[in-house]
Design a protein around this ligand. Structure first.
Ligand SMILES: Nc1ncnc2c1ncn2[C@@H]1O[C@H](COP(=O)(O)OP(=O)(O)OP(=O)(O)O)[C@@H](O)[C@H]1O
Length: 347
């Protein structure tokens, strides 16, 4: 459905996109993830035809889009800043697309009501958009982008300003809706939780380049580089020498998965693989802090300081969580140890 070939965009000295190749299949939802300034919005703007490329090209359904104006590309867009029509009410905004497609009045009204239900604004059709909160405006923008059923729907931080509860509900509903409608979607977000919940495939950007692409599970289980691992929130990363199924690290000698390449490596130990024991067992650490994360699993992150080496994060349940200042022993679960490749960004 969508293909970017070798797309580069420069703003003066700055390269916002650097030889990007990307494909989105029909009915697929792809989320582009990355820190601020990594080129996510520029990528969307290029596909929409709002940004010229320095090199490379964009193809939609196999057709080169060079020179095709935005309104002729058949893509729907929802931007971070909503861009609603202030002089129209909510229904007038959402109905804009269907009306452009000459959909009948009754059918349009039905679609608008359905979409407003979907985004959690039932019956809000007559309200003035200027009197809505930022989050409500965002929901109207989402409904408006969905209304014309574009062949490719592009969303820039679609749920950015919404509160957590609504975001979690909408992300599940959006995924179900996209599957039901067979929507092809390209979304941009800096929130990996949102991307993993929404996407069939995620693409992680690093300074205008694709650092990793894969299913949410692949990326989560096997971050391709230290950059990706840190972006996903993993901090237990250390230099290691791997030999014969074990790794020498600053946290001691630990077992690694069988397929870990031998030699020098950067190792990630997921917090769930940092197992707490009695102080006499394994690596002795002091609990420096503990953070309650909430949620159903009642997860607590304990920040541990070993006698030597950088701090370690351990994930544990509320019941087994140690108290601040307590001494604990730490052993490592080899299944949660991952050898990282690629760029080696400093902490
Ligand atoms: N019109 C422009 N003129 C000059 N530089 C630009 C322009 N648009 C983007 N940039 C630069 O290009 C880089 C990529 O920007 P982009 O907006 O694509 O990032 P992003 O990943 O979407 O960031 P955010 O998450 O903050 O929206 C940034 O360094 C930005 O400063």
């Amino acid at each position: 459905m969508l293909r970017l070939e070798d797309v580069t965009v420069r703003f003066g000295e700055r390269t916002a996109l650097d030889a990007v190749d990307l494909q989105v299949a029909e009915h697929e939802t792809v989320c582009v993830l990355g820190p601020s300034g990594s080129g996510k919005s520029t990528l969307l703007r290029v596909v929409a035809g709002l940004q010229r490329t320095d090199t490379g090209r964009v193809l939609l359904s196999g057709r080169d889009q060079t020179g095709v104006p935005p309104h002729k590309r058949g893509v729907g867009l929802m931007f971070q800043d909503h861009q609603l029509f202030p002089q129209r009410d909510v229904a007038g905004n959402v109905a804009f697309g269907p009306r452009m497609h000459r959909t009948g009045k009754e059918e349009t009204a039905r679609q608008v009501a359905g979409l407003l239900d979907l985004v959690g604004l039932p019956g809000a059709g007559q309200r003035a958009v200027t009197q809505l909160s930022g989050g409500e405006q965002q929901r109207v923008a989402l409904a408006r982008a969905l209304a014309p059923r574009p062949r490719l729907l592009m969303l820039d931080e679609p749920l950015g300003q919404l509160d957590r509860g609504l975001r979690e509900r909408l992300v599940v509903e959006l995924r179900a809706l996209f599957h039901r409608l067979g929507t092809t979607a390209l979304a941009v977000t800096h929130d990996h939780g949102e991307a993993f919940a929404l996407a069939d495939r995620v693409v992680v950007m690093e300074e205008g380049r694709i650092a990793q692409a894969g299913s949410p599970l692949e990326v989560w289980l096997r971050p391709a580089s230290e950059f990706v691992a840190r972006f996903l929130g993993f901090d237990n990363i250390t230099e290691a020498t791997v030999r014969g199924g074990t790794a020498e690290t600053v946290w001691g000698t630990l077992a690694v998965p069988e397929d870990t390449p031998e030699g020098r490596a950067r190792l990630l130990i997921r917090p769930s693989g940092v197992l707490l024991r009695a102080p006499g067992e394994g690596l002795r650490c002091t609990v420096a802090a503990r953070t309650f994360r909430g949620g159903d699993a009642s997860v607590v992150t304990a920040l541990l300081r070993p006698g030597d080496g950088p701090p370690l994060e351990a994930a544990c349940t509320l019941r087994e969580a140690p108290r601040e200042g307590e001494e604990v022993g730490v052993v490592f679960d080899p299944r949660e140890v991952v050898a990282l490749g690629g760029s080696q960004q400093a902490a």
